[in-house]
Design a protein around this ligand. Structure first.
Ligand code: PGA
Length: 253
């Protein structure tokens, strides 16, 4: 079901105390959230359980892990399974962030396995895609992103694909302060939706939530989120400030 989502990506930031303060500050603000308009907080592993407990009674606010492993359980020292995440009440998992693709060599086929295990455990994948500056300058971003989607997602059934949240994040806009223009975001979001339409039909494609990520701030969120094929954002830096993140949440359609 297509939704509007403001997702925070804390990445590898904050101590427990700082995280608790930020979460309290986020929850203190007023938003009109419901089953179509949500906040998802992707926070570091050690704080997932306290965060789940804190947001439990707040309608429309959910906790996400920033990653998981592609195996059910076993001798994989240092990894975290989806079953573990599910057992503590986490409902979303960010997969294939460009930082994981780049620094931890996560490939499209490896991510396809992670998508499968997340869906099998009834959690929702937030699947990241997006091109580098070189690809953008070559003008081949549409083909590049379509290929990421095909190799990691197109084996899914129509019912499964509708559950996946897509986050389009051009690498050249992440943490750089250089955001895509709202028109650039709309163009590639439409392309992503058309790519799903070609594979699954238009009705399914219209149901898919596609977030934009890359230097979303309080002062540009409303313009970007207003575009017809942008269904909210995945926000890094600006999500570490409760007041600025509140502006972003309130900019959702
Ligand atoms: P940014 O990060 O908002 O700091 O650019 C976005 C992301 O990496 O998800």
């Amino acid at each position: 079901m297509r939704q509007q989502i403001a997702a925070a990506n804390w990445k590898m930031n904050l101590t427990l105390t700082q995280g608790e303060q930020l979460l309290d500050a986020i929850l203190k603000n007023e938003y009109s959230l419901n089953e179509h308009r949500k906040v998802v907080l992707a926070i570091p592993f050690p704080y997932l359980l306290p965060a789940v407990n804190k947001v439990k009674n707040t309608q429309g606010v959910f906790v996400a892990a920033q990653n998981c492993y592609n195996k059910k359980s076993g001798a994989f020292t240092g990894e975290t399974s989806v079953e573990m995440l599910q057992s503590i009440g986490v409902e979303y998992v960010v997969l294939g962030h460009s930082e994981r693709r780049e620094y931890f060599n996560e490939s499209n086929s490896f991510l396809a396995e992670k998508v499968n295990i997340v869906l099998e455990n009834n959690l929702i994948p937030i699947f990241c895609c997006g091109e580098s500056l070189t690809i953008r300058e070559e003008g081949t971003q549409n083909e590049f992103v379509a290929n990421q989607l095909k190799e990691s997602l197109f084996h899914l059934s129509a019912d499964q694909i509708k559950k996946v949240v897509i986050a389009y994040e051009p690498i050249w806009a992440i943490g750089t302060g250089k955001t895509a223009s709202s028109q650039q975001a709309q163009d590639i979001h439409l392309h992503i939706r058309n790519t799903f339409a070609a594979a699954y039909g238009n009705e399914v494609a219209q149901d898919i939530t596609i977030l934009y990520g890359g230097s979303v701030k309080g002062n540009n969120a409303a313009e970007i989120f207003a575009m017809p094929d942008v269904d909210g954002g995945l926000v890094g830096g600006a999500s570490l400030n409760a007041d600025e993140f509140a502006i972003i949440i309130n900019a959702l359609k």
